[in-house]
Design a protein. Structure first.
Lengths: 306, 151
């Protein structure tokens, strides 16, 4: 495998191996501290994303490698009209691997086609964000131990939320998952995702508009932010942004082992009063994200550490 | 004296060698004409709009004189799934090939997703893949947006 464009680029077995590697890195960080000595990761971020960029950079630094790059289109040659294809050809001369975020959907694929180094899609518009999905899967797998037979709630912006779509598609490959989709009518799952769900007979799903009624039965609750940049209309954004707020009162309805995940950043859809609740694992999730990115960098650079 | 009805009769002559694209949805004939590049031909091409059809009520038709080989006929299945092809030799229909959805369509349609990379990097080919052969669904190679005709 040379590039990572979508979470479905991995088979279930490859994903398993990647999570095992990340788990080993977590347990024995010293063993991997110099695995990428002399290697350079380029972070080409055409739009701001502190979390993902820093996670990639931290991952490379913890492997002993170095990083370079830009963090907005304004500080890249894109302002002079340089194409993605030309930029990646240039960067290929400087770095050994690249993580690209771009507001235009498909830009990392254009880069991957012209690149001589591995390209990781670090988010392209509302399309794909594979390393977020790997992070989410890693979190669930590490804390629950399995994916099969889980009841997974997804709440908030299910229409534009790419993390939700990608996670659903990745989870469809496991057995007997029961999805519960919680959203206002305007932000319900798009038809093409429901078509995919419908084509898996052992996957059940339901759509509801209130969170309280379903909380007791959930093993995992995946909260999402209603993102301003996904709306063309400001009025719709303002009307829908505070539809669900997860607070102590709602958490009291949930089971003792339910996990609360969130791709972050949160705005106010998760009240800070639940941050210390052991079921709120969204900050642990960030850490899992770094470890899975470390495992991914090693895999794409074909570096083996025994 | 010429009979008035005869004088104004629409008469498109029989072709000896060529092909007929029949059962085109009414109004789509000109689209197919341009998509297939028939405007660039020097041979005889006839477009008939809103012809009577027992099956469809109205239909468009295109008659083209000349060999078939130079055309990518599979694109017709994508552009109009009702259309059929008759291949003519020596004035007779010798074949009615079945039209299949092409696996890939290059630079025939443009992705309409304003967030797609092809909307800003115009040197890129507009490539669509057949993702659902049963329903003839195509998605953009880059952003995976489903192609939906405007009308």
């Amino acid at each position: 495998m040379k590039n990572v464009m979508s979470p479905l680029d991995f088979s279930v077995e490859e994903l398993e191996a990647l999570m095992d590697k990340a788990t080993d890195i977590m347990a024995h960080p010293q063993k991997y501290a110099h695995a990428c000595d002399g290697k350079i990761l380029a972070t080409l971020f055409y739009e701001p994303s502190t979390r993902t960029r820093l996670s990639f950079e931290a991952a490379m630094l913890r492997l002993g490698g170095k990083t370079l790059g830009f963090h907005s289109a304004d500080s890249s040659s894109a302002t002079k009209g340089e194409t993605v294809a030309d930029t990646i050809r240039v960067i290929s001369s400087f770095a050994d691997i690249c993580a690209m975020r771009h507001p235009k959907e498909g830009a990392p694929m254009v880069a991957a086609e012209k690149s001589s180094i591995p390209v990781i899609n670090a988010g392209d518009g509302g399309h794909q964000h594979p390393t977020q999905t790997l992070t989410d899967l890693m979190t669930i797998h590490s804390l629950k131990g399995h994916f099969d037979n889980l009841t997974i709630g997804m709440c908030g912006d299910l229409k534009f939320g790419r993390t939700v779509h990608s996670l659903i598609e990745a989870l469809l490959r496991y057995s007997n998952i029961h999805f519960v989709f919680i959203s206002p009518k305007e932000l319900m799952l798009p038809g093409y995702i429901k078509d995919k769900l419908d084509s898996h007979p052992d996957i059940q799903y339901e759509e509801v508009t209130t969170l309280e009624e379903v909380l007791p039965k959930l093993d995992v609750l995946y909260m999402t932010r209603v993102q301003r940049e996904r709306f063309f209309n400001e009025e719709d954004y303002v009307r829908l942004k505070d539809f669900y707020i997860l607070d102590k009162k709602k958490m009291a309805l949930a089971g003792p082992d339910m996990l609360v995940l969130h791709p972050l950043p949160r705005v106010n859809e998760i009240s800070t009063e639940i941050d210390d609740d052991p079921r709120a694992v969204f900050f642990k999730q960030v850490k899992f994200g770094m470890y899975i990115r470390m495992a991914l960098i090693l895999k794409l650079l074909d570096i083996n550490v025994d | 004296m010429t009979n008035k009805r005869e004088e104004y009769k629409l008469n498109v002559g029989k072709i000896e060698e060529g092909f007929v694209i029949d059962h085109i949805q009414p109004g789509k004939g000109m689209d197919l004409y341009y998509y297939l590049g028939l405007d660039k031909l020097s041979s005889c091409v006839a477009i008939i709009q809103n012809a009577f059809s027992r099956k469809m009520g109205k239909k468009d038709m295109i008659k083209v004189e000349g060999p078939l080989q130079q055309f990518d006929l599979d694109i017709i299945a994508f552009l109009d799934h009702t259309a059929t092809i008759d291949i003519i030799k020596d004035g007779e229909i010798i074949d009615k090939p079945k039209l299949e959805f092409p696996q890939e369509i290059v630079n025939v349609i443009k992705c309409r997703n304003p967030r797609c990379i092809t909307s800003t990097e115009h040197q890129l080919d507009n490539i669509f893949y057949l993702t659902d052969p049963k329903n003839g669904t195509y998605r953009c190679k880059y952003c995976e947006t489903k192609w939906t005709p405007i009308n």
